[in-house]
Design a protein around this ligand. Sequence first.
Ligand code: SF4
Length: 193
Amino acid sequence: MEHFYTIQGEGFYQGKAAYFVRLGGCDVGCTWCDVKESWLAEKHPLWQVDEIVSEVGNSGAKICVITGGEPLMYNLAELTVKLQANKIRTHVETSGAYPLSGNWDWICVSPKRFKLPLDECLKAANELKAIVFHRNDLRFAEENAAKTNETCKLFLQPEWSVEKEMLPIIIDYVKQNQQWEISLQVHKYMNIP
Ligand code: SF4
């Protein structure tokens, strides 16, 4: 759908330069999705894996974040193997609703109520990023965190359109549940993609 070199705005790698490759196609259907234009894969051009790898390589980026849409609707083995062969770290941002494919240096699972994550994705996650749109999402976050491995980093991130309302609730929660950290979408403050 689109690709660009920018700064990772969220989660554990927040603030690091990273090349984003956004794959078209998603059937998860989050009501508050901010990239609804990604949902229909056929609206976006097809790219050869080698073309993507060379765009990322030419940028000089050391990290490539594969996002979507829901990137795991596709088998990502060839893309990730070729990126790693070019000494580029492979990071994925997924809802976890599809089986894992690909070789990953970092797996960020952001579980969604609309299509639940698979246990295999939660187990493999290096980072769980739970979006908080409503107070009840904290319970959903805990249910998913219980299925992650013990080294998984846990983040609560207010959904952008309700950030002002949710942030005080999240701050309180993190003070009482210190295994969690707060993730903010800092790229939106910087006005970058
Ligand atoms: S999983 Fe991501 S791309 Fe898909 S609907 Fe939800 S927020 Fe949008």
